[in-house]
Design a protein around this ligand. Structure first.
Ligand code: UD1
Ligand code: CA
Length: 502
């Protein structure tokens, strides 16, 4: 039978030390918001109910939490009067939603919304221990070399927990205690419901401390206990951007280590960033300077990097991505991208296809084995299998009002420096000449040429730009070539290398 568990996530505080217009718990780290990490850990405990206490910027925070956890109950704490008050607001909302009997049954776990390293496994073990010991209150504690600022776990000579004393209320002797309250507490729901209205706020901060429930349970002769977590960073919150960056680096370190343990080669863990929701196959290789963000999925034997950022991309088996930036793009098996490529949303590169150097793509499919090797913009296009796009081409998808598509058939070879003026269709097996501006459809197998025969206006520079370096250079070259033509016995070129004679 699954535990009868309710989880309360506290997220009403202002988080002013972030100095941000964005609420603290919404700040991203490792590809999720801080509270997103907490909710993921909470989900692993399979709770019957999740209640989130919101206050500051409750519209944004509440909407974000409900998007991640649609069944979560939101409880609004209008003014922040302490953790005890916040939990009371949550329990009142539960009584309204589920009735007093249901609310008083089972276990209540309290967590904070700003602890991004928290793992579901730790919460599960903590709840299991709390329930097995049949306690009124359990404290997930931690031992810190610098416990300053935290509530301290006060024990008697037998080691039994007596109380939690907050930093500001602690005596000098109590401040020496290294065992702190992480903030994660588990309660017998019936005891909690009955204890909350009895909390007072006669303390240094003038707040209703949730931690005072420990003393109330002791006074009632109920069991309390604390379990120190080995991995204290899991319960650490980020109060400012410095701490957020520290926790972010640690989170990343853990994610990178986990993937290496599962068979991913990471040449430089310090410059490799992998978001929490990324999925990597064994024998993927990540070279220095790689960021895999959002929901990237990478297949076996793919090699990514150096210096590549991919967000929400799919990379197939054995694909190669070098110095590229991609978002919402799919790179199929064996394909190659880069160096210096920009894959914008809606790009799909077929198996063994190529997007080469200085190529930008958007909302386009490039078929199996098709190649866009150099200096090209591909927007709103479908390029068929086996086709090759000449260097320096532009898919002109925008007529100033609307976007249109270009279709390039199968096994098409287009010349260099083409412009495809969409909407336009190049048939299977067709080709285009260098510099073509393709405005009309090209039938299958046809060669489209649009630039016309070249005309040379002989002597143009001398006539129109007489006093320039350009004219001087032309004059010199022309004089040399006419001297060569008249020199006896000289076997110089039949055609002097000047454009004027072509
Ligand atoms: C709290 C604990 C302390 C513990 C520490 C761990 C209490 C009285 N103290 O202290 O023992 O060592 O956390 O970090 O519980 N919140 C609300 N509404 C409120 C007040 C707080 O939602 O009215 C939320 C905050 O947004 C935050 C969390 O509760 O996420 C903790 O509040 P905070 O004021 O930071 O408590 P601390 O003083 O750090
Ligand atoms: Ca805090």
């Amino acid at each position: 039978m699954p535990p009868d568990l309710t989880v309360i996530v506290l997220a009403a505080g202002g988080g002013t030390r972030m100095r941000s217009k964005t609420m603290k718990v919404l700040h991203p780290v490792g590809g999720r918001s801080m509270v997103g990490h907490v909710l993921a850990a909470v989900r692993a405990t399979e709770p019957r109910r999740v209640v989130a206490v919101v206050g500051h910027q409750r519209e944004q925070v509440g909407a974000h939490i409900q998007a991640l956890e649609p069944d979560a109950l939101l409880a609004v704490q209008e003014t922040q009067q302490g953790t005890g008050h916040a939990v009371r607001v949550a329990m009142d909302a539960l009584v309204d939603a589920d009735g007093p009997d249901r609310t008083a049954a089972g276990t209540v776990l309290v967590a904070y919304g700003d602890t991004p390293l928290l793992q579901g496994e730790s919460l599960r073990a903590f709840v299991a221990e709390h329930e097995a010991a049949q306690r009124a209150v359990s404290i997930l504690s931690g031992v810190l070399s610098d416990p300053f600022g935290y509530g301290r776990v006060v024990r008697d000579d037998d080691g039994d927990v007596l109380a939690i004393v907050e930093e500001k209320d602690a005596s000098p002797v109590q401040r020496e205690i290294a065992e702190i309250n992480s903030g994660i507490l588990a309660f017998d729901a019936g005891f909690l419901l009955e204890a909350l209205p009895r909390l007072g706020n006669d303390n240094a901060k003038g707040e209703y401390y949730l931690t005072d429930t420990v003393g109330l349970a002791r006074d009632a002769g109920l069991t309390v206990g604390a379990h120190a977590i080995d991995d204290v960073m899991q319960t650490e919150g980020a109060n400012d951007r410095v701490q957020l960056a520290e926790l972010g680096r640690e989170l990343n370190r853990r994610v990178v280590v986990r993937w290496m343990q599962q068979g991913v080669s990471v040449m430089d863990p310090a410059t490799t960033w992998i978001d929490a929701d990324v999925v990597l196959a064994p024998d993927v290789t990540l070279l220095p300077g790689v960021q895999l963000l959002g929901a990237c999925v990478v297949g076996e034997d793919a090699v990514i990097g150096p210096d590549t950022t991919l967000k929400d991309c799919e990379v197939g088996e054995g694909a190669r991505v070098v110095r590229a930036h991609g978002e919402l793009a799919v790179i199929d098996a064996g394909a190659s991208v880069g160096p210096f490529a920009y894959l914008r949303p809606g790009t799909r590169l077929g198996a063994r296809g190529k997007i080469g150097a200085f190529v930008e793509t958007k909302n386009s499919t490039i078929g199996e084995g098709a190649k866009v090797p150099h200096l090209t913009y591909v927007g709103d296009a479908d390029i068929g299998e086996g086709s090759n796009i000449g260097a320096g081409s532009v898919f002109a998808n925008y007529d100033g009002v609307a976007k249109h598509r270009t279709r390039i058939g199968r096994h098409v070879k287009t010349g260099s420096s083409n412009t495809f003026v969409a909407p336009v269709d190049v048939g299977d097996g067709a080709g285009t000449g260098a510099g073509a501006v393709v405005r009309r459809d090209v039938p299958p197998g046809a060669l489209a040429v649009s630039s016309g025969p070249q005309r040379n206006l002989v002597g143009w520079a001398l006539r129109r730009r007489p006093d320039t370096d350009q004219a001087a250079a032309a004059r010199e070259a022309l004089a040399q070539s006419s001297a060569a033509e008249t020199a006896p016995g000289d076997d110089g070129p039949d055609h002097p290398p000047t454009a004027a004679h072509h």
